[in-house]
Write a protein of this length. Sequence first.
Length: 487
Amino acid sequence: MKALDELTFDNRFARLGDAFSTHVLPEPIAAPRLVVASPAAMALLDLDPAEAHTPVFAELFSGHKLWAEAEPRAMVYSGHQFGFYNPQLGDGRGLLLGEVYNEAGEHWDLHLKGAGQTPYSRMGDGRAVLRSSIREFLASEALHALNIPTTRALCVIGSDTPVWREKQERAAMLLRLAPSHVRFGHFEFFYYTKRPEQQKELGDHVLAMHFPHCLEQPEPYLAMFREIVERNAELIAKWQAYGFCHGVMNTDNMSILGITFDFGPFAFLDDFDAHFICNHSDDQGRYSFSNQVPIGQWNLSALAQALTPFISVEALRETLGLYLPLFQAHYLDLMRRRLGLTTAEDDDQKLLEHLLQLMQNSGVDYSLFFRRLGDESPERAIARLRDDFVDLKGFDAWGELYIARVAREGVADQEQRRKRMHAVNPLYILRNYLAQNAIDAAESGDYSEVRRLHAVLSNPFEEQPGMERYAERPPEWGKHLEISCSS
Ligand code: AMP
Ligand code: MG
């Protein structure tokens, strides 16, 4: 276990130089205080969890203090936003403070979000509000606990610094951790500004740091692209399986590591709705829940375009063709597990689609359905879940098919079935209204609800005594919260 001043830095991205990022110092926020910290994320840096409660912790993650070895840099990138190319992006309110390596030899980027203006701020103030910082913190740590690849969040620091959004709010900073902050948009930037040499420098860096095994392949760039396709297909399969809606799948928010990146107006589905749009500003539904799958491919095509100087168009096309089948395979595998199935049958996809259509028609709670399906024997669970459906005949027909499908796997011990299903079907998810309650309390200075919710979500598969209310269906108001990009 380390103290804060014992972190070891090795700032590999900063060493690429000024073509890739700009040196900028964080602008401190006033009266910094700890809102919440993640002991699990601190452990990634070998940090003693007690360090979170030292005054220097809040100072370091609010821009008041800096390690001597830190080299804060704003990264430059561009990207496609809502389908249109925007040449002018980059870290407008976040800074890569440096890279730290832990005792296991892993490198972690320390990225401070809300650290003030940079050359890439455009018209923005360089700040993040408490509300959005809490949402990102809770979501990163909750996704991680669900085994969904994601950036991590070390802490949120609150302040007295006023920030103007639709109303006056308070600035906060979030310390984000990831093995890399390189986005699809990094490659797009050097491609569209026609700087092949620098693009190659970036590509070689990413290969050496994050895909070293690809260097042994005959075409390292192609091998790397293939892995990016594979990782993103798997990531989006997990989002779809767990009802996670990202909300702003612009190419500047897509990680080359295939991890969930840049949280804005995200949501977990409450009632199942394939067409759900979590981003209030997304009028066309480009990033609706079911559109995430084709958008994943669209984004990979945008990356492929940027990689044409290194890889033949033919090879890029062929590799892009892997995305959908890979997505399908991962998704079906996860959904079989969520349904408690241990074998594969040809009609499983149909069985699943049939269920989702029934859930859609009746507005059934997506997460609780699967949890309850494992609570009791298939027959009993189906009999109990029936009450949630409007189309009783339709559900009865599905229930018969499901019970017969389970029976074909042989008689299983119900206790084992329950354990197996509960290990993949969370009881607690980050519902929008739960985040909102925690934010409301935090905005009035009470951080206990954020901390409690974080603790509950860190262990989503285990029933936690006294925490029943976090596992309930949302109240009606909680289903209609309007979350926009403004954060
Ligand atoms: P996001 O919607 O958070 O993915 O951000 C899109 C772009 O806008 C990125 O280049 C951000 O750095 C920039 N940006 C977002 N909010 C702000 C802000 N308050 N101040 C400056 N830049 C911002
Ligand atoms: Mg972004």
